[in-house]
Write a protein that binds this ligand. Sequence first.
Ligand SMILES: [Zn+2]
Length: 311
Amino acid sequence: MQRLNIRALVFVFVLTPTLALAQAKMTMSKLAGDVYFMQNSGGSSNSVFFITGEGVLVFDFDIRTADQTLAAIRKLTDKKVRYLISSHSAGDHATGAWHFREDKPVYIAAKNQAKDLFMQEAKEFEERKNSKDPGNEPYRKGELVRPDIAIDGPTTLYFGGLTFQITPEGRGHSTGDLTVFVPQKRLMLMGDLLDTEIHPGQGESAGVWYSNVNGWVAILDNVMARNLPVETYVPGHGPVHMARGVKDLEEQKRYFVVMRDEVAKMVAAGKTLEQIEKEFKIPPEFANYTRPERLKNFYKLFYNQLIEKGY
Ligand SMILES: [Zn+2]
């Protein structure tokens, strides 16, 4: 028995580094003509790229997976990557600019993101660079590249015959999420303001949790109120629902409202945060969502934000 246990342990130790080294696979699909979606098969961050006659624009890049995005681009075109845009400063969306360095793209981000990338995000990058965790190998090889342009309000980029309407949406999932609307393609890139079939993640960098549910709901309301001719809203995590339109945003908003109400009921019944974490039942309409472990930080957030409001 003893012997078997030791062998089992050895097995685990030998296998773990190999498993941790394998980064999630990015699966490519087409969103529209010359626009491609890279879905993270592990449920982590997605990426989008546009190929135009003037070059390529990439939206969101994780240092652990952006090499796969670059490889997909290189297979499809010999055009250079000219622009990078990140939805927000979290590591899974804004650390991978380094992979595109050969093409010298211009990197655009919202002002708050740029600030985060100089402060806590840079700290986290350094920590991961110095850690021995095999999963952090991409951090050891790469560098954190900061934005070249930090925008402070709605900005339009005309590039390759397309119009990229970049809007810093304010504080919601993170300290400063931006969206990109491309009217010619009837697409809107939502970053982590939209997650599909998956419990949304809390904005985090270097251990600071900064999502704001009220802000998040307000942003979704703002985007819906624009009544844009969008066929597909592209999520930051989870599969893309082609041509589902505003229904995806409605579902995301409903998720927050329903979940917050459930937590509010428990707060009103005098439950503590620990009890809520233990006893919370996911409403049936969201029971099929993956990554329930991400809910843990949301109980905390809902609870604290409800308490703050003096519920
Ligand atoms: Zn994310």
